[in-house]
Design a protein around this ligand. Structure first.
Ligand code: AMP
Ligand code: MG
Length: 404
């Protein structure tokens, strides 16, 4: 048996460098940037009004009050999207809308609520303003040439907005791998077939596809390979068109477990481990004809936990993510949990947050590797280290990887 960390480090060494592709801006959210983004211009591009009101010379209206309003001549109205055509001199104002460029001569905006229409189209100002008040300055947000997003940036909606403001309709991002999923087992039928007395439904194909999708990659379900050398070989060969291949089942020590044999036969570098973890002890990994291939255990819980701890980080790194780990919180157990030393336990956990940053957790119940309910309910995975010798008492704080 090998330690979990050693198996993970070996797997992660095989992540190829991210590849790039061009995508339209509207498809870029959630993707990882593969180029450097610098501001092509100042933002805002010119001084503009932050409010609807009147552009004035602040010095003209310093002492204005509702009881002693100052009367200014209104030269014109400037809407957002228009340019002022005249300069504001002493005693003058321009009616201005939010976002419209500030006219020459004016240095502040009196908001419309603090004014009142006067005689002859003039305006009465009820309140003084400081120079610069209600004005957004050219370049106050972003200056031309500023480094805004380094390569490797995960694009969130705020980044998309900024990129739009830079006029970027196309971007270079990292590619998302196509992940083939092959299930093995004579006992399996597809989800839309009646299972019959001796068959079970191919759960892993769908559960793994959902995990692949959630990790940001593209799943391709390759169906079921029967437990024969020929069918296993054919299934794996088909999967070699993908960027990453996942095979579930057939990696244990059973009489009909051909996955490891065929992975080796088709080329190279296969490693098979019994990893010191629970669940999901067996793991086969290696490049098969250059395609990183994972042989995952067949039990649905085991295959999903294996995916979570080995395949998900692999996919995230493949896509150039700099944060590949799930968030981990320290949570206090609300129940007693048994733990034997020797293997790292990944227990499916219910997690609660008290709203003040303190977390508590408990198991989802029965932790058998065939108990799919545990995965269905899991909000997190408690990670109990190899050497921990239980039982752990209520109140003990344990690390929990948050799953969503
Ligand atoms: P194996 O690793 O092939 O020995 O499978 C271990 C256990 O997981 C067996 O009880 C299988 O029936 C079950 N199993 C294997 N593959 C799947 C699958 N795709 N969906 C649901 N259960 C599976
Ligand atoms: Mg099997």
């Amino acid at each position: 048996m090998i330690p979990f960390e050693e198996a993970l480090a070996h797997v992660m060494k095989h992540v190829p460098s991210p590849r790039h592709e061009q995508v339209p801006l509207e498809e870029a959210v959630g993707r990882v940037l593969a180029e450097e983004i610098r501001a092509p211009r100042d933002l805002p591009p010119w001084n503009n009004s932050a409010m609807d009101g009147f552009a004035v010379r602040a010095a003209d209206v310093t002492a204005a009050t509702p009881a002693n309003p100052f009367r200014l001549v209104v030269l014109e109205t400037v809407a957002a999207g228009a340019m002022p055509s005249c300069r504001v001199e002493t005693g003058e104002a321009i009616r201005i809308m939010t976002g419209a460029p500030m006219p020459e001569g004016a240095d502040a905006v009196v908001i419309v609520e603090e004014t009142e229409p006067g005689p002859d189209g003039d305006i009465l100002i009820h309140s003084g303003v400081a120079p610069g008040e209600n004005v957004r300055l050219k370049g106050e947000d972003v200056t031309e040439g500023q480094l805004m997003m380094p390569p490797g940036t995960l694009l969130r909606p705020g980044h998309i907005g900024m990129l739009a403001s830079f006029g970027r309709s196309q971007l270079r991002v990292t590619r998302r791998p196509v992940v083939g999923i092959l299930s093995t087992g004579d006992e399996l039928v597809e989800v839309d077939q009646a299972p019959g007395p001796d068959k079970i439904i191919n759960v892993n194909s769908h559960a793994l596809a959902a995990q692949v999708k959630e990790s940001g990659a593209i799943p391709v379900r390759l169906g079921i390979a029967k437990d024969t050398r020929e069918a296993t070989r054919e299934g794996i060969r088909e999967g070699l068109n993908c960027d990453i291949l996942l095979i579930s089942g057939g990696v244990s020590m059973g009489d009909f477990d051909y996955v490891r044999e065929i992975m080796s036969e088709l080329g190279g570098g296969l490693t098979f481990w019994k990893v010191r973890m629970k669940p999901a002890r067996p793991l086969a990994f290696g490049p098969v004809s250059g395609v990183p291939t994972f042989g995952l255990p067949g039990n649905p819980v085991s295959s999903m936990v294996s995916f979570e701890v080995f395949v998900r980080p692999f996919i995230k790194k493949w896509m150039g993510h700099t944060h590949i780990e799930r968030p981990v919180v320290q949570a206090a157990l609300t129940e007693k949990v048994s733990k034997k030393p020797g293997r790292r336990f990944f227990l499916r956990a219910l997690v609660e947050n008290d709203g003040n940053g303190s977390y508590t957790c408990r198991t989802t119940g029965d932790q058998g590797s065939g108990v799919l309910t545990s995965m269905m309910l899991a909000e997190g995975l408690m990670e109990l280290s190899e050497e921990l010798d239980g039982p752990l008492q209520p109140g003990t704080r344990v690390p929990v990887r948050l799953l969503a």
